[in-house]
Design a protein around this ligand. Structure first.
Ligand code: SF4
Length: 334
């Protein structure tokens, strides 16, 4: 069995629909995302729905090393563009509003920051990360207006489709908020990417593998996968040190990702296959700090298993995982 011709033509023999490939096809240039950190917060940090934030979150884990508090969008893009040009010969950029909830502020402020990013030379797109409960109609209208002018991705953190897990990690929202936010974003024609973490304690393999069915049904455009990993100075680190957080080995994670990809619609763009953070603040697992190594292991295992993203998508109706996903989906507020 080998990759079907129509996918081979689209993916050039890659076995999954990679974001890098999509960017190359779209822009015919080396496009890099530049992560931004602005003075936002989150409703589960400032007391609106909770305090303390998500138990695994430490925004230092993805903040540029040379970031200084209160740096403007333009200053961060200048630094990021220089670094990406030097390291990767980047030609174009996507401004990535990454840290905290980047739609959780006044429309006036959001509009000013987003357009400042779009005005930066070489920026061809914008990616905005947020939570499902920070997607009021005013924000979605603004994003809709922006998406008519640029290549826009709305990145929504779901992390787990199980409310018991979301409560344990102190998200402060449930699956129904996610489905509501996605439905209203999709109704405006926005490209939606969802962040998901695999490996939460108490979730079975079958439960994790029910998530592709949810994404397929909702018409999600992109997925960013993370393995559960422990970062310094988080509540999760405390639980981990108490022995309450078992973590995947790299082999277990790679195997799970491949099963996940097989069930996912092949049109969904894979923005990321594993977590990415700095080695010096990673507590565990150690393998997680080598993102390139994990990526290569997944690519190799896909070839060894002679499989690809979406191989089981067509007949997913017959799988146990899909039935679980359907049950959760139907149980949520639509
Ligand atoms: S919503 Fe995002 S930024 Fe905010 S605490 Fe959770 S993971 Fe961190």
């Amino acid at each position: 069995m080998s990759l079907p011709n129509h996918l081979q033509n689209r993916w050039r023999s890659r076995r999954f629909n990679s974001f890098n490939g999509v960017l190359r096809d779209q822009f015919h240039a080396r496009v890099y995302k530049i992560g931004l950190r602005l003075d936002f917060t989150c409703p589960n940090r400032d007391g609106k729905v909770a305090v303390g934030g998500c138990i695994y979150c430490n925004n230092t884990s993805h903040t540029a090393k040379n970031y200084q508090p209160r740096m403007s969008v333009t200053a961060q893009l200048e630094q990021g563009a220089l670094a990406a040009q030097k390291r990767h010969q980047a030609e174009k950029f996507i401004a990535y509003f990454q840290s905290y909830s980047n739609t959780y502020d006044s429309i006036t402020k959001l509009e000013r920051l987003y357009y400042e990013a779009l005005d930066f030379p070489g920026v061809v797109g914008i990616s905005i990360a947020t939570r499902p409960d920070c997607l009021g109609d005013g924000v979605l209208d603004l994003l809709s207006q922006l998406s008519a002018q640029t290549y826009l991705w709305l990145e929504i953190g779901l992390e787990s489709m199980y409310d018991r897990t979301l409560a344990w990690v102190n998200r402060g929202h449930g699956l129904s908020a996610y489905i509501d936010g996605v439905s209203r974003a999709k109704a405006r024609g926005l490209r939606v990417c969802t962040h998901l973490i695999l490996g939460f304690p108490g979730e079975s393999r079958a439960e994790m593998l029910a998530t592709p069915a949810l994404f397929n049904r909702l018409g999600i455009d992109g997925v960013k996968l993370h393995n559960l990993h422990v970062i310094k100075n988080t509540q999760l680190e405390k639980y981990y040190r108490l022995g309450q957080v078992p973590l995947f080995s790299q082999e277990q994670y790679v195997d799970l990702v491949i099963d996940f990809l097989e069930l996912l619609n092949p049109n969904i763009v894979m923005h990321r296959l594993s977590a990415e953070t700095y080695r010096d603040i990673t507590v565990a697992p150690e393998w997680s700090a080598d993102k390139r190594g994990v990526h290569n292991a997944i690519v190799k295992a896909l070839a060894q298993r002679d499989t690809w993203q979406g191989r089981l998508f067509a007949n997913e109706k017959n799988t146990k995982a899909d039935r679980t996903g359907d049950a959760c989906f139907q149980g949520a507020v639509l």
